[in-house]
Design a protein around this ligand. Structure first.
Ligand code: NAI
Ligand code: MG
Length: 398
């Protein structure tokens, strides 16, 4: 069989280190692929004024599968400051290339599993009714709508007259903001479309059905955000009644869900939410299973383009250490999701087993697993480096 080509997108900061180590793990597990590297991130914003160059889009169009590290995003003004001087008069506006990539390929479905690792000393514990210590098992998959909502990019500061007039025609805008000078108004929209809302709900229910979860929890705020969250809830009710009678539909508000997270995380199965709330609730659940060093994700389109990434960012404060200290497990697990997607389940099973053995054994731990502050000298104090952690996973593969 011809080897698969995977587009690697290391991006910025720790994205480079975790991706590099993950490729070694894939290799050691016997996954044979050609890798082509795509340019993405801050460096290309500064030098070309485009953090997601067209040549990278072409590579993904051609090969369909991307393995992404992380990128750095900075606010508008800072981004402009760092732009190469000859690009400064070109009216360029920075926007996040990973958000851009999701929108460009309509990677509308994002799945973020959070499952307790046996023996992980970072696992969440709580007190029970008799003050006994309980360690609830978390087994949740968050389905996050990945392309629209608050990340849709439809926003203005000091909007143009026609936009302002349109908003003024809304009675609530007029009542609440009508006396605010136009120049002092900033607007970010939260737009949901029916088709994409349907798609993320369907993906969540299908996942629950296929993997034996008994409930799907919609985590929005339909009592206040009536049009978008409200539409999503109504659609979820209809879908459940028509097509998934054996799966319970639960409805929680995002704020209450953040409280339930620590009260009874073991009760949840599949969670589905819009873009922003999905991002929030997935970081929340990640905290219960060890934090961002463990949180992986997959995102895909209906046409079979898929990009796999840890949910953490580029952690710039650790990026320039001579020896990388961050945990590569989130990236390794994201690569396992890629292997599942391309039907290489034997290899993903092998890698996941190796990772869980390393965690259970508990001899090799990155700084986050030892609850240390992420200083440059943690390796001298007994923490494993990114490379040492990958070495240990590789050792377990053998
Ligand atoms: P971050 O995820 O980069 O870091 C937050 C904290 O999480 C770190 O300080 C560290 O304590 C911990 N952490 C993250 N990854 C870890 C790992 N692999 N092992 C151990 N600990 C880890 O988020 P932050 O600081 O909010 O953002 C930094 C930059 O990353 C920003 O420019 C942001 O825009 C970008 N970002 C990019 C994302 C992406 O590429 N998809 C996602 C989130 C943030
Ligand atoms: Mg996030």
């Amino acid at each position: 069989m011809a080897k698969r080509t995977i587009v690697t997108l290391p991006g910025d900061g720790i994205g480079n280190a975790v991706l590099k180590e993950t490729l070694r793990v894939l290799d050691a597990a016997g996954f044979e692929a050609n890798y082509v590297e795509g340019d993405i991130g801050w460096e290309f914003w500064k030098s070309e004024g485009n953090p997601l160059p067209e040549r990278t889009i072409k590579l993904i169009e051609e090969h369909k599968i991307g393995l992404f590290g992380a990128i750095t995003s900075k606010p508008k003004d800072e981004a402009f400051e760092e732009l190469s001087p000859e690009l400064k008069d070109k009216n360029l506006v920075y926007s996040s290339p990973i958000v851009g990539l999701r929108q460009r390929f309509n990677l509308e479905i994002c799945a973020r599993p959070c499952k307790t690792y046996k023996g992980n000393t970072l696992n969440f514990i709580r007190r029970g009714a008799q003050a006994e210590i309980e360690e609830p098992l978390v087994d949740v998959v968050i389905f996050r709508q990945n392309t629209e909502g608050l990340y849709g990019g439809v926003e203005w500061s000091n909007p143009t007259n026609d936009v302002y007039d349109t908003f003024m025609s809304h009675p609530k805008f007029k009542q609440n903001f009508g006396t605010v000078p136009k120049e002092e108004v900033s607007i970010s929209t939260r737009i949901f479309s029916k088709e994409r809302t349907e798609n993320i709900l369907r993906a969540a229910f299908d996942h629950a059905k296929n993997y034996g979860y008994k409930s799907v929890t919609l985590c929005e705020k339909p009592n206040v955000i009536r049009e978008t969250s409200g539409m999503m809830y109504k659609m979820a009710l209809t879908m459940q009644a028509a097509d998934y009678p054996d799966i319970e539909l639960w409805n929680t508000n995002i704020d209450a869900q953040m409280m339930w997270l620590t009260k009874n995380p073991e009760n949840y199965g599949v969670i589905v939410a819009g873009n922003m709330f999905g991002d929030i609730v997935s970081d929340g659940f990640a905290g219960l299973i060890g934090g961002l060093g463990f949180a992986c994700s997959a995102q895909w389109s209906k046409d079979g383009v898929a990009v796999f990434e840890p949910t953490h960012g580029s952690a710039p404060k650790y990026a320039d250490y001579d020896t990388s200290i961050v945990n590569p497990i989130a990236m390794v697990e994201s690569a396992c999701m890629m292997l599942d997607f391309i039907e290489e389940k034997e290899i993903s099973t092998k890698i996941r087993k190796a990772v869980s053995e390393v965690i259970i054994e508990g001899k090799v731990k990155t700084y986050d697993m030892m609850k240390m502050r992420g200083t440059a000298d943690v390796v001298n104090q007994g923490a494993a480096s990114t490379t040492q952690m990958a070495n240990e996973i590789i050792r377990k593969l053998k």
